[in-house]
Design a protein around this ligand. Structure first.
Ligand SMILES: Cc1cc2nc3c(=O)[nH]c(=O)nc-3n(C[C@H](O)[C@H](O)[C@H](O)COP(=O)(O)OP(=O)(O)OC[C@H]3O[C@@H](n4cnc5c(N)ncnc54)[C@H](O)[C@@H]3O)c2cc1C
Length: 650
């Protein structure tokens, strides 16, 4: 049985154990398995995933369900909370908990890191020129808006389809059309390919990790795991779901296996349980106290994600000796960098706008879960079309500030700009993302059916503040201490103030714009020129040319406080087991080996030493691919001839 949730029927020893069947873990397991099969060698791999199987789960396969899946009671996530005392609030972050990880539940926005992001890591084998071939191998770029795709950065026969989705194959998405109009009014270039790793500025339609024909989400388990565990393809790959690895077993300085425990996953039919923030209370869902050991002949690779990989290391005795002492865990390797250096991308807020319903189509009924709209969507999806096959994200832009804007942002940010961004024209300061979301919150009585509502989410790409996540006890059921520290460094605020102003000017120039929903904007005084505007009718709308809102010092303070109270992290966290020299707080070396232990690697986003200026799915897949190359080389397996295509995809 290659995929099971019953540990009694799996073996007790494997060549390689991979911990965490998320974006990186699935690619790593699938690629290695394919490489071994291609060479006629048998390689036994056990992939252990704490969440349930995602095979043909309609909420995973149908892209349009992603908003609904954020409901914590559906069991796709384990949420964790952290204090933001400097902002007077706490923040909750959703941690994926399903086979496929973030790739099963993300928003499917195709975005790639800038070339300079990788070059900045200054690590042998990890420069952009080393990594682009892997990115190309992974993707099947079918974004036909880009009529002359750059073959040097895109791939056309990989397992992950990238497209505009089936609905807008021929005509331009009306949402994106309006975005283009506004971008041109503001003097921004419209670019065919914003994801060529070189464009720091520009607007385009947003490519998606969606198949252009079937309309299916391109998650890593359907691309790399399910095709490799069928009767005909299986070559020693076993997947164990609904089990958590409690810790890695380390004997005489070598990782020899793992301890696993049953991890109960909530199903849709189970009653809602109240979550608790009491650090001593068990987390939900609870993990069984009875554990089982499985041995690894060659190595253990951790791919449990930015939140969980450092906790696994710490429970295994690898981390800061002080933290381990407090948690009552024997320290085997003193590595103070474990769990530190946590970074994410931060969205100022979701800013709501009203549009002409007749001009700009909307999917309120579908997104609100209306049963008739669902039935219709089910029918359309049989042809790979309709709202199930969409992610409702039309256009987007990558923005760098003008000289005038830089002056407004103050001297501290200016110094940062000069040191970090100025000579890296491929780095944007923030991304403006224009999308649609469910509007049926009963508290939002101010949203009326005469309009179509859209939101714009600007998110900054390279925040300076660094947070941490650490265990508080040796028990896997104890909540971690999550200290995100977002916006702690004062240089992180000016980009959000600018992003707010920018997205507002932008939306005001969209042809069907009718007004700003004041409940989702900073509370400017009524006397301020910055107050929200609304046009009662289409005829009364005034075309805005060059004039921009002029903000007073008081208005800027109002924006800052609003940002602090409302910002959220966009699930792109990374950095908690950084690939750096050990003396600089590093946790892994350039071959992903954990310092001080033999046979233990980390291969998920936690290894990124610095941020990437993009949504992170592409980078997570890349890390799985890069890890596969490293491991294959160590095992004497060739990767280059591996067939990435022509597989039966389940
Ligand atoms: C809601 C959301 C929306 C997003 N939208 C986008 C987007 O539109 N575009 C984009 O590019 N990126 C997006 N991302 C980000 C992207 O999906 C993630 O960065 C990426 O999936 C991270 O990959 P990973 O392999 O590091 O971790 P994950 O994919 O999170 O994988 C970690 C896996 O390990 C498992 N695990 C954890 N602990 C254990 C344990 N102890 N034992 C066994 N298994 C364990 C988890 O269940 C999980 O499956 C989004 C993420 C989220 C959550």
């Amino acid at each position: 049985m290659p995929l099971t949730n019953d540990p009694k029927i799996i073996g007790d020893e494997y060549d390689i154990i991979i911990v965490g069947g998320g974006s990186s873990g699935c690619v790593l397991a699938g690629m290695l398995s394919e490489a071994a099969r291609h060479e006629g060698r048998r390689l036994s791999i056990l992939l252990i995933e704490s969440g349930r199987d995602n095979h043909n789960d309609p909420n995973v396969v149908r892209p349009g369900r992603y908003w609904a899946n954020l409901n914590p009671n559906l069991g796709y996530f384990n949420n964790i909370k952290g204090n933001l005392d400097h902002c007077g609030r706490e923040i909750e972050v959703a941690v994926p908990n399903i086979l496929g990880g973030g790739g099963s539940v993300n928003f499917m926005m195709y975005t790639r890191a800038s070339a300079s992001d990788f070059d900045d890591w200054r690590t042998e084998g990890w420069y952009a020129e080393d990594l682009v071939p892997i990115l190309r191998k992974l993707e099947n770029y079918q974004f036909t808006r880009d009529s002359n795709p750059d073959q040097s950065v895109h791939g056309f026969s990989g397992p992950f389809a990238v497209s505009h989705g089936p609905n807008f194959r021929e005509q331009i998405d009306p949402n994106a059309g309006e975005v283009y109009h506004a971008a041109q009014k503001l003097g921004y270039p419209i670019v065919a390919d914003m994801q060529n790793m070189r464009n720091g500025v520009g607007f385009s339609e947003w490519p998606k990790w969606i198949d252009p024909v079937t309309g299916h989400r391109q998650d890593p388990a359907h691309r790399y795991i399910h095709p490799n565990i069928s009767e005909h393809t299986n070559n020693g790959l076993t997947v164990l779901c609904e089990h958590k690895v409690v810790r890695v077993i380390i004997k005489e300085g070598r990782a020899t296996g793992v301890e696993i425990a049953y991890s109960h996953t909530t199903s849709v039919t189970e009653p809602i349980k109240v979550k608790t923030t009491d650090a001593n209370a068990p987390s939900h869902p609870a993990v069984s106290s009875s554990v089982q050991e499985i041995r690894a002949r060659s190595m253990v690779v951790l791919t449990a994600g930015t939140a969980n990989t450092p906790q696994l290391l710490e429970r295994s005795g690898i981390g800061s000796s002080e933290i381990l002492l407090k948690a009552n865990v024997e320290c085997l390797v003193d590595l103070p960098g474990v769990g530190e250096n946590l970074q994410d991308h931060l969205a100022g807020s979701q800013y709501f706008y009203r549009f002409d319903k007749d001009t700009l189509p909307h999917y309120n009924d579908y997104l609100g879960g209306d049963p008739a709209a669902m039935l219709e969507a089910d029918e359309e999806f049989k042809q790979g079309k309709g709202p199930h096959s969409m992610n409702f994200i039309g256009g987007a832009g990558r923005i760098r500030p003008t000289e005038e804007e830089l002056q407004e942002m103050g001297p501290a940010f200016r110094n940062l700009w000069n040191a970090y961004y100025l000579n890296a024209p491929d780095k944007a300061l923030f991304i403006n993302c224009f999308l649609e979301r469910p509007m049926n919150d009963p508290q939002w009585t101010f949203l009326t059916p005469e309009y179509s509502y859209k939101i714009i989410i600007p998110y900054t790409l390279y925040p300076v503040s660094r947070g941490s996540i650490h265990i508080t006890s040796s028990s896997i059921n104890a909540l971690p201490e999550f200290r995100p520290q977002y916006l702690l460094d004062p240089r992180d605020l000016p980009p959000h103030v600018l992003a707010y102003k920018h997205q507002r000017e932008f939306v005001r120039r969209m042809p069907s714009f009718r007004g700003e929903v004041r409940e989702f904007h900073p509370p400017f005084s009524e006397a301020s020129a910055a107050r929200c505007i609304e046009y009662p009718t289409a005829e009364q709308r005034v075309e805005i040319a060059n004039s921009k809102v002029v903000y007073t010092g008081e208005d800027n303070k109002v924006i800052e406080e609003w940002v602090k109270a409302n910002f959220f992290a966009v699930w792109h966290w990374l950095g908690t087991a950084a690939m750096r020299p050990r003396a600089q707080g590093g946790v892994v070396d350039e071959n992903l080996n954990v310092y001080g232990v033999q046979g233990l690697k980390v291969a998920d986003l936690s290894i990124c030493p610095e941020n990437v200026g993009a949504n992170t799915y592409s980078t997570a897949l890349l890390l799985g691919g890069k890890a596969a190359e490293i491991v294959a080389k160590e095992l004497g397996l060739g990767m280059s001839d591996t067939s990435y295509n022509n597989r039966v995809l389940n």
